[in-house]
Ligand binder design. Structure first.
Ligand code: S6P
Ligand code: ZN
Length: 188
């Protein structure tokens, strides 16, 4: 054990609004931060908050388990439900676990080869995100979607691959609930 990197044990509490306290100041993502992610942005939408992330102050190194909660607001951009940007881990084989805490959502998982899965995220779900699978959360409910995430500390985040290639499916509001729509590569 390298004692120069030893952390002190600490406790953080989940608050009713989905935040963690204590935690670092939240990272806020508004619609204007998500250029290119939604298929069609109606001009009258303004710039609503889409989500925020509360992360414990843990160094991003292999020996640690960074932890965070995400609070993803309900709503749509055009027909498309509010969602996170989504990313791959920079070190592709690094895994992650999501625990659903509140609300009703879907987790879209995709490989760079174009395989994909869609799983629920809601209270009592535990989603295992293996290395190699890009992941994006989508709020398909009427309340904020809140989930806890923890991942291998040196995973890193690659947003560019999703910005360039998108995900193979989009989640749209339909008359009977969420519709999973396959996206041709050139329209992602
Ligand atoms: C980190 C983990 C989550 C997301 C958060 C926001 O590996 O998957 O904490 O960072 O849900 O999503 P994104 O795609 O903007 O990082
Ligand atoms: Zn991740």
């Amino acid at each position: 054990m390298d004692h120069s990197t030893l952390l002190m044990p600490f406790l953080s509490r989940l608050q009713r609004d989905g935040s963690l306290s204590p935690a670092a100041p939240p990272v806020l993502r508004r619609l204007s931060d998500m250029r290119g992610h939604y298929a069609h942005v109606p001009p009258e939408m303004g710039d609503p908050e889409i989500y925020r992330v509360y992360a414990l102050e843990v160094p991003e190194r292999a020996s640690e388990l960074p932890c965070s909660t995400t609070v993803l607001q309900p709503g749509t951009v055009g027909e498309e439900f509010f969602m996170t940007k989504g990313h791959f881990h920079r070190q592709r084989d690094r895994s992650e676990v999501y625990l659903g805490l509140a609300g009703r959502g879907l987790l879209v998982l995709a490989t760079e080869e174009g395989d994909h899965r869609v799983q629920p995220i809601e209270p009592e779900t535990v989603n295992y995100v293996p290395g190699g699978w890009g992941h994006r959360a989508v709020n398909v409910g009427e309340e904020p979607l809140v989930f806890f995430a923890t991942y291998v500390g040196d995973a890193g985040h690659d947003y560019q691959t999703v910005e360039r290639f998108g995900f193979p499916v989009r989640i749209l509001r339909g008359p009977q609930g969420p519709r999973i729509v396959h996206t041709p590569p050139r329209e992602r």
